[in-house]
Design a binder for this molecule. Structure first.
Ligand SMILES: Nc1ncnc2c1ncn2[C@@H]1O[C@H](COP(=O)(O)OP(=O)(O)O)[C@@H](O)[C@H]1O
Ligand SMILES: [Mg+2]
Length: 337
């Protein structure tokens, strides 16, 4: 029996009005996350990953930002139809987000414990003592050494890695079903990055918290997710099983990104898996743009790529690409399901 997914994003569109016109930052995005699942979302800077995360939580609507279409079904209910009050109750309690550049999420003037207690009491009707016990549990959960002592620390007394753990503790303190982790390790050095990613995996395994893992690092995706969505200019241009996509990428953009990932030789040291900057214009999509957004940078582009919308081509096992230049293979080998 098919269980309803925890999150189903359908045709999401988020537009910014700028002095140059309408920017389609998210331009028809579809994906689902199962209960306890992890979806990796990768793409260069500016491809619309953060805007996707912020749109799910309705944190963008303002003078120049509009959710122009789609549905965000969380537990079967469309968040785009919720009132501001209802959204406040969902944020932090049922869906949390670790923001990109999260270091600013901690208030430098308040002790770690007080920040946790305040957040817990905002969402749960508990007395201070219970909230304090829950704050301690949250610090234990994120494996902060000497959690009891750390409750009375100020953020500046912690290392970068510990601060990120506190930020994750804040995100998890109310036991959300979904965590949106937006580049949760970028500001950290490599060893600490790995520890934080492993922590998120433990949380996923132990508490069943589903994760939308936003990253520009294919290494993180390979290590954490079963499913990946590759974003470009506000669209998911390729999606599927991580192993499949990493081993046999189909979209010319993903191919370009993969070529830039250094191979890990056996016994050799793993070097950085960061996405390399493919030459050409940044992936901004204006409202009057036609054809495939990647066409100007695509080594395989033909004429129709810059004039006609690319179709979504499905392969087997949920693997799909948005491209004019791919045909589903239905004979021997890969079979479309
Ligand atoms: N407040 C804003 N006003 C106008 N454009 C914006 C705003 N925020 C983001 N954008 C644009 O939306 C696009 C997607 O941004 P973002 O989601 O932050 O990318 P990513 O997280 O993948 O690096 C970019 O082209 C960016 O310039
Ligand atoms: Mg971002």
């Amino acid at each position: 029996m098919m269980q309803e997914p925890l999150l189903a994003v359908e045709g999401l569109r988020t537009h910014f009005s700028t002095e140059h016109g309408i920017v389609k930052a998210v331009d028809g995005v579809d994906f689902t996350i199962e209960r306890g699942g992890i979806l990796g979302m990768v793409g260069e800077s500016g491809s619309g990953k953060s805007v996707t995360g912020l749109s799910i939580l309705r944190l963008l609507e303002s003078r120049n930002a509009t959710i122009a279409g789609g549905r965000v079904l969380f537990d079967g209910e469309d968040l785009l139809t919720k009132s501001a009050k209802e959204m406040r109750e969902i944020r932090g309690r049922r869906i949390s987000m670790v923001f990109q550049n999260a270091m600013t999420a901690l208030d430098p003037f308040f002790r770690v414990g007080d920040q946790l207690v305040e957040l817990i009491r905002l969402h749960q009707r508990v007395d201070r003592r219970t909230a304090r016990a829950k704050a301690l549990e949250a610090l234990e959960l994120v494996r902060i050494p000497e959690p009891g002592r750390r409750l009375s620390s100020y953020p500046h007394q912690l290392s970068g890695g510990q601060r990120q753990r506190v930020i994750i503790a804040l995100a998890l303190a109310c036991g959300p079903d979904l965590l949106i982790a937006d580049e949760p390790t970028t500001a950290l050095d490599a060893t600490v990055q790995k520890q934080i990613i492993d922590l998120l995996l433990e949380v996923n395994r132990e508490l069943g918290t589903a994760i939308l893992m936003i990253t520009h690092d294919f290494g993180v995706v390979a290590h954490t997710c079963r499913t990946v969505a590759v974003m470009y200019a506000g669209r998911i241009v390729e999606a599927g099983d991580v192993r499949r996509v990493l081993e046999t990428p189909e979209h010319p953009y993903t191919l370009g990104l993969m070529r830039a990932v250094p191979r890990v030789k056996s016994g050799g040291r793993r070097r950085s898996d960061r996405l390399h900057q493919i030459s050409g214009s940044p992936p901004v999509r204006m409202a009057d743009a036609e054809g495939c957004a990647f066409a100007p940078r695509c080594p395989e582009a033909v004429q129709r790529c810059s004039t006609a919308e690319p179709p979504r081509i499905g392969f087997d096992a949920g693997h799909s690409v948005l491209c004019h230049q791919r045909l589903p293979i239905t004979e021997a080998g890969r079979v479309s399901a």
